[in-house]
Ligand binder design. Structure first.
Ligand SMILES: [Zn+2]
Length: 296
C-alpha cells in the first residue's frame, strides 16, 4: 500500500539496555537531520519491549543525553511496553488468517538441524504443519514464502532477499511471550505513521522481514536508509556494554562533530559553538549521498 500524503515522519527508537553510545548517536543524527531537511516530524520511541534486557535508568539516561545534544522530538515519547495489547491484537489477526503457527522446537534442536542464514539460523519449517497447541514455552512463527522481497535503500542501494531460503519462518512472539522485535517495530512504525526509517546497518538484514510483515498487514510502504556501523578495535559492532566511546552529555558538540564526520559529511565550520548552531548548519549541509555504505 502506498502512503496517501507526502508527509515525512521519521523516528529514533533506542532500546534502553544502556546509555546512548557513539554508534546510536550516529544513527540518531542521521535520522534527525534527514527529517529536519525534509521539514518533517521526528518521533522518539523507547524500544523497551525486551524487558529482561532493559536496564533500570537507561531510558532516562538516553532521554537526558538527547536533550543535552539538542534533539527535539514531536509529540510525547512512545514506549513499546505500553503497546503490548496492540501487538497481541495483530498476532491474533495473523492467527485467524493462519499466517502463523506454534513452534515447539528448542533452540538446541534447531541448532542441530538448521544452517546459518544472513540473520540467525534458517528455520527449516519443522513445526509448520504439526498443529501444535500454544503453551507456556512455545514461540509463534510467521509462514514465509519464496517471493522476492526487495527495497531500495537510500545508502546501500538495491537490496533483496528470498525469506524462505535466507531466514525461514521467523519468530513473531518468543517462547517467553515477549513480542519479537521484528513484529513490534512494524506495528510501531504503523501506529506512529512513520514514513522514513533511518537507522543503523545492524538492521539491514532484518528489513526484508519487516517489509514482508508490513505487506501482510496492509501497512504503507516505508522508505529506508541504513547508516554504517561503528566498529570497535576488535572489529565488533559497538554495543551498549562497550564503554570505548561513551557519549558525554556535558560536551555535546565534540560528540556531535565526531559522529557527523563518521557520516562522511562536509565539515562543520569552526565558528559553530552551540548545539543549536550545529543543527542549523548540519541541516543545510546534510547529504545522504555522502554517507558511506560500509557493511562489516
Ligand atoms: Zn519448531
Amino acid at each position: 500500500m502506498r502512503r496517501s500524503n507526502n508527509q515525512y515522519i521519521g523516528r529514533f527508537a533506542p532500546s534502553p539496555s544502556g546509555g546512548l553510545h557513539f554508534g546510536s548517536l550516529v544513527s540518531a543524527i542521521a535520522s534527525y537531520v534527514d527529517a529536519r531537511q525534509h521539514f518533517g516530524q521526528w518521533i522518539l520511541r523507547i524500544d523497551d519491549i525486551d524487558q529482561p534486557r532493559t536496564k533500570s535508568g537507561a531510558a532516562e539516561s538516553i532521554i537526558h543525553t538527547l536533550n543535552a545534544f539538542g534533539f527535539k522530538w514531536n509529540n510525547s515519547i512512545q514506549w513499546q511496553s505500553e503497546r503490548i495489547s496492540q501487538y497481541e491484537q495483530v498476532i491474533q489477526e495473523l492467527k485467524d488468517r493462519n499466517a502463523v503457527y506454534i513452534c515447539a522446537c528448542s533452540r538446541k534442536e534447531i541448532s542441530k538441524i538448521a544452517a546459518s542464514g544472513v540473520d540467525g539460523m534458517i528455520y527449516p519449517g519443522t513445526c509448520r504443519d504439526q498443529g501444535h497447541k500454544e503453551n507456556s514455552s512455545r514461540a509463534i512463527r510467521i509462514r514465509t514464502n519464496s517471493e522476492r522481497i526487495y527495497f531500495s535503500d537510500r545508502v546501500f542501494g538495491h537490496f533483496e532477499q528470498n525469506l524462505e531460503t535466507l531466514s525461514g519462518d521467523f519468530i513473531i512472539r518468543r517462547a517467553d511471550k515477549i513480542t519479537a522485535y521484528q513484529l513490534a517495530v512494524v506495528v510501531d512504525d504503523y501506529l506512529d505513521q512513520v514514513s522514513h526509517v533511518v537507522r543503523g546497518a545492524d538492521l539491514l538484514m532484518s528489513t526484508c522481514k519487516q517489509i514482508y510483515l508490513g505487506g501482510l498487514l496492509g501497512y504503507p510502504t516505508l522508505d529506508f536508509a541504513h547508516t554504517p556501523l561503528v566498529i570497535n578495535k576488535s572489529g565488533k559492532k559497538l554495543s551498549k556494554s562497550d564503554r570505548a566511546f561513551p557519549v558525554n552529555p556535558d560536551t555535546p558538540l565534540t560528540a556531535l562533530i565526531a559522529a557527523w564526520r563518521f557520516l562522511g559529511q562536509q565539515d562543520i565550520t569552526p565558528h559553530v559553538q552551540t548545539v543549536e548552531e550545529f543543527w542549523d548548519e548540519a541541516t543545510t549541509k546534510w547529504s545522504i549521498q555522502k554517507v558511506p555504505a560500509d557493511y562489516p
